[in-house]
Ligand binder design. Structure first.
Ligand SMILES: *Cc1c(COP(=O)(O)O)cnc(C)c1O
Length: 357
């Protein structure tokens, strides 16, 4: 058995189950939408159940058309995946040979590095600047000839920071590798460069139904790129990566835009309110164009690990980044919940600061 396992797989960490979130908790640790899917999505899923004896459409059927329409591109420029995580791995499978480099800008979404290792590629970590912006000139001057791809989450997770379209264009024009822009929080940020997939042959956009569409449990994501890239990606994907319930639910979610846009608007309003409140408490809160806030606890003299643990005792879940991804011991991320949940978080933080000051 030991001799049979690929050496690069042996180097990966064992997968452990995340603590189980059950009961009436306040779950702000995964950047999910705090609202259930729209009733139209639920209805579409229920109506599709009797046909589960049949295989799903390959290539995503009518959802692919709906997404092309939503993104303003031709259908052949869209590929659907079992969550955008699935597409991250597919992109690496198709474009990165063993030992080739993938540039990753920490602190960022850890799946880029994980998927690179799973595919026996070599993640090369560049650091973001102290304000979590990107030194594009440094990247252009320091990537090597074996760099095959750069992954940039925009807005970035966990920092919430957004880089400008002009800067991304400058990067894409000055490197030979694939540039993957992860726009998983697009509906919150309203910023996209998907319109440039025909201008740049090395540009790939990632999107997801997990955050703004409130369908994290369903696993649905998509990518937008030129027809060539999408053709190669489809050659290497599974025949039926998307289950039929996800296909109908995705189409129904896009069809109920009013529901999503009102939820997104509410979350953004709450985000700006919560940021102001937390700054008044003395936290340093990074500007965010997404549905979460990245918070520095250092001015208050409490580590993020301690803060997260105390919140957890009240069943309030945030994501601790203390000591992770090259950060010091003072960072956590909190998603934006419902107004009631955000108020409970504020109250818990106020109490915590009074007791620990
Ligand atoms: C949450 C997240 C994803 C994962 O999306 P799925 O579609 O659920 O796989 C991808 N990229 C970033 C930056 C994320 O924060």
């Amino acid at each position: 058995m030991e001799n049979l396992t690929n050496p690069h797989i042996k180097e990966l960490m064992p997968r452990v189950a995340a603590s189980s979130r059950s009961g009436p908790g306040i779950y702000l640790d995964c950047n999910e939408l705090p609202y259930p899917p729209s009733p139209k999505v639920v209805q579409a899923i229920v109506e599709a159940i009797p046909r589960l004896n049949r295989y799903p459409d390959t290539l995503g059927g009518s959802l692919r058309k709906a997404l092309a329409n939503y993104a303003g591109v031709a259908e052949q420029k869209v590929i659907i995946g079992n969550g955008s995580d699935d597409l991250i791995e597919l992109i690496i499978k198709v474009f990165i040979a063993p030992g080739e480099e993938v540039v990753i800008l920490d602190p960022t979404f850890p799946i880029y590095a994980l998927s690179t290792r799973v595919m026996d590629g070599h993640p090369v970590i560049f650091r973001r600047m102290t304000d979590f912006g990107i030194d594009f000139q440094y990247i252009i001057e320091n990537i090597t000839s074996t760099t095959k791809a750069i992954f940039i989450a925009n807005p970035n997770n966990p920092t919430g920071s957004l880089v400008a379209r002009q800067d991304l264009m400058h990067l894409i024009e000055n490197v030979d590798c694939l540039v993957v822009i992860d726009e998983c929080y697009y509906e919150f940020s309203q910023e996209t460069i998907a319109d440039l997939v025909d201008v740049y042959e090395n540009l790939l956009i990632l999107r997801s139904f997990s955050k703004s569409f409130g369908l994290a449990g369903l696993r649905l994501g998509y990518s937008i790129a030129n027809k060539n890239i999408i053709d190669y990606l489809y050659r290497a994907t599974q025949i039926y990566p998307i289950n039929s319930l996800a296909l109908v639910a995705g189409a129904a979610a896009l069809g109920d835009w009013e529901y999503i846009s009102s939820k997104v608007r509410q979350v953004c309003q709450e985000r700006d309110l919560l940021r102001e409140k937390m700054e008044q408490m003395g936290f340093i809160v990074s500007p965010s164009t997404a549905n979460f806030l990245f918070v520095n606890t250092k001015p208050l003299g409490i580590t993020s690990t301690n803060l997260s643990r105390i919140l957890r005792e009240q069943n309030i879940w945030v994501r601790d980044f203390g000591g992770k991804l090259g950060l010091d011991n003072y960072y956590f991320r909190t998603a934006i919940g419902t107004p009631a949940e955000n108020q409970k978080l504020q109250a818990a933080l106020n109490e915590l600061l009074n007791n620990h000051a």
